[in-house]
Design a protein around this ligand. Structure first.
Ligand code: F6P
Length: 553
């Protein structure tokens, strides 16, 4: 697609859409007994089945042509080799360097980034080992038991989601907490449950200026100093992960406790760096590195495999097919895996902050849809909530179902039923149920003809509703790393085809600016005459209620 929707690849797909639109997947499966084999890819312990999509082989060929027109191959190499593809911030995009397990150097501005990556990884190893073994002590000589990650966005969701995913591998003697909210309620409740003598705070902020993180870090620091009565305690109980050394040191972080980040790591792509420190402490550095190995394996697959057999590329192209030709506005991520319960929220940030853009890299407005609305939750809960809409609603919602075959516990009967539901939903959405099938079913149950007539349209399912199925043996750190890298690359490919810069996020700035102004105004009860009447009206009511509350108390 590139700059606009008028190029040859785009037009060919528009024509092809007219051919595909009337086809039903039920017939495609009936016509081709090899459809599953034709439209699935195995990679190590993963199986990616994309046969339940409204595609023919020709669809993929045309989509691949679109990717070629967008110079996807060149763009992949540009990213991996450290070119400054984040053009609005003049930065390289090298989360892949953080998991580069080869001995190859990667240069940015003539400087090899790999020695720095290895140095910080070694620092993470040393630090996580002394915390896990208990040999690192707080200011009163006790080992750490509570690890609190203070951050927001990628500096929170990444390690929080990963810890939920890999919880079966975590050290049960350590308790992990995540504080991200600007609402003081969260840190209030968290601090109430902590013993200051055994608590370690990890302040994670690439910029070390993010207001939510900074206020939480200051509140935690104040609490620690008050509780321990020792202003020196901060040096022993706080570590930081940041690209802003001066600000972190100004906060009181001692140099040995600072884990470096680089401007070529985007916040939402930073789990692979020291942003994952709390995860490394929980599961140990060996397992953290297994996760990196898995991501690296997926990087190699993505970089070297022909596109027709390339999982992230095919996932991306299918997403484009629905977003731009079927006008699907959203995309659902539905894990049948309790440990992946935070994956939809995590991918919401990675995808929507990356591709929620309305202008191309050249600053031209797009005339096509870009990143879809990403949403979802675990399948068994979704089945009792929003699946009604997926089956019979009017929106087209392509989705990914994910499920591990082995569970990380002994309740195998649960997993059998979970797997059955995972399989059933994909099949039901694809096949549907015809009016005739409903009629026969109700007749067999003894219902009278009049009632059957009344019921049929309510109980039939159109089907032809697309899904990808992703299964894996079990959610090991390696498989988990593969899954995340797979999604990162899917988002990258879509950004390339839409012609976007997927690595800036200017859209979050305006709200921050206005909040700064309003925060200053809310320090007193003076009248304001700026803003629109709605904002002003709300602000004045807030001021009045705050004032009344102050007077009453
Ligand atoms: O939401 C904007 C954003 O910059 C995210 O991209 C990032 O993950 C988050 O804020 C936190 O940023 P930082 O790590 O600099 O505190």
């Amino acid at each position: 697609m590139g700059k606009n929707s008028c190029n040859a690849g785009w037009k060919a797909l528009k024509n092809h859409y007219r051919q595909i639109e009337p086809l039903h997947m039920r017939d495609l499966f009936n016509d081709n007994p090899c459809r599953f084999d034709d439209f699935s890819i195995r990679f190590e312990g993963l199986l990616f089945d994309f046969s339940k999509n409204r595609i023919l082989d020709q669809t993929l060929q045309l989509l691949i042509e679109l990717a070629r027109e967008a110079q996807l191959g060149e763009q992949i190499e540009a990213m991996f080799s450290g070119q400054k593809i984040n053009t609005t911030e003049n930065r390289a995009v090298l989360h892949t360097a953080l998991r580069n397990r080869s001995n190859q150097s990667i240069f940015v501005d003539g400087h090899d980034v790999m020695p720095g990556v290895k140095r910080v990884r070694n620092q993470m190893r040393r630090f996580s080992e002394v915390v896990r073994s208990g040999s690192l002590k707080g200011s009163s000589g006790k080992s750490f038991k509570h690890i609190v990650n203070i951050g927001i966005g990628g500096s929170d969701l990444g390690p929080r989601m990963a810890l939920a995913a890999l919880e079966p591998f975590a050290d049960p003697d350590l308790t992990h907490w995540f504080v991200s909210s600007l609402d003081g309620t969260q840190i209030h409740h968290t601090l109430n449950k902590l013993d200051p003598q055994t608590t370690l705070f990890i302040v994670v902020s690439k910029s070390f200026t993010t207001s939510e993180t900074m206020i939480n870090a200051r509140t935690a620091k104040q609490w620690l100093e008050q509780q321990l009565g020792d202003p020196q305690a901060v040096a022993k109980h706080f570590v930081a992960v940041s690209a802003n050394r001066a600000a972190a040191e100004g906060f009181g972080i001692v140099p040995d406790n600072l884990f470096e980040l680089w401007d070529w790591v985007g916040g939402r792509y930073s789990l692979w760096s020291a942003v994952g420190l709390s995860l490394a402490i929980a599961i140990g550095m060996d397992r953290f590195e297994q996760m990196l190995d898995g991501a690296y394996a997926m990087d190699c697959h993505f970089r070297t495999t022909a596109w027709r057999e390339n999982i992230p590329v095919i996932m991306a192209l299918i997403g484009i097919w629905y977003a731009n030709f079927f006008n699907a506005e959203s995309y659902a991520i539905i894990p049948y895996d309790h440990n992946l319960r935070l994956l939809p929220s995590y991918l919401q940030q990675v995808d929507m902050e990356s591709n929620g853009k309305g202008v191309t890299k050249l600053g031209e407005p797009v005339d096509y849809s870009t990143g879809p609305i990403i949403w979802g939750q675990v399948g068994s809960h979704g089945q009792h909530a929003f699946f009604q809409l997926l089956h019979q609603g009017t929106h087209i919602v392509p989705r990914d179902f994910l499920c591990g075959v082995q569970s990380p516990h002994d309740h195998q009967e649960h997993r059998r039923l979970l797997l059955a539901n995972f399989l059933a939903q994909g099949e039901a959405l694809m096949r549907g149920k015809t009016a005739e099938e409903v009629r026969q079913e109700l007749q067999a149950g003894g219902m009278d003809a009049e009632e059957i007539k009344r019921r049929i349209s309510h109980q039939q399912f159109t089907g032809n509703r697309p899904s990808n199925s992703i299964i894996y043996h079990s959610l090991t750190p390696r498989v988990f790393g593969q899954l995340l890298a797979m999604y990162e690359h899917r988002i990258f490919v879509q950004g390339v085809i839409w012609g976007l810069n997927s690595f800036d996020q200017w859209g979050v700035e305006l709200g921050k600016q206005l909040a700064g102004v309003l925060a200053r105004e809310l320090t007193d009860d003076r009248m304001v005459d700026s803003h629109d009447s709605s904002t002003r009206g709300l602000e004045m009511q807030i001021k009045q209620w705050r004032q009344e509350h102050l007077t009453a108390s």
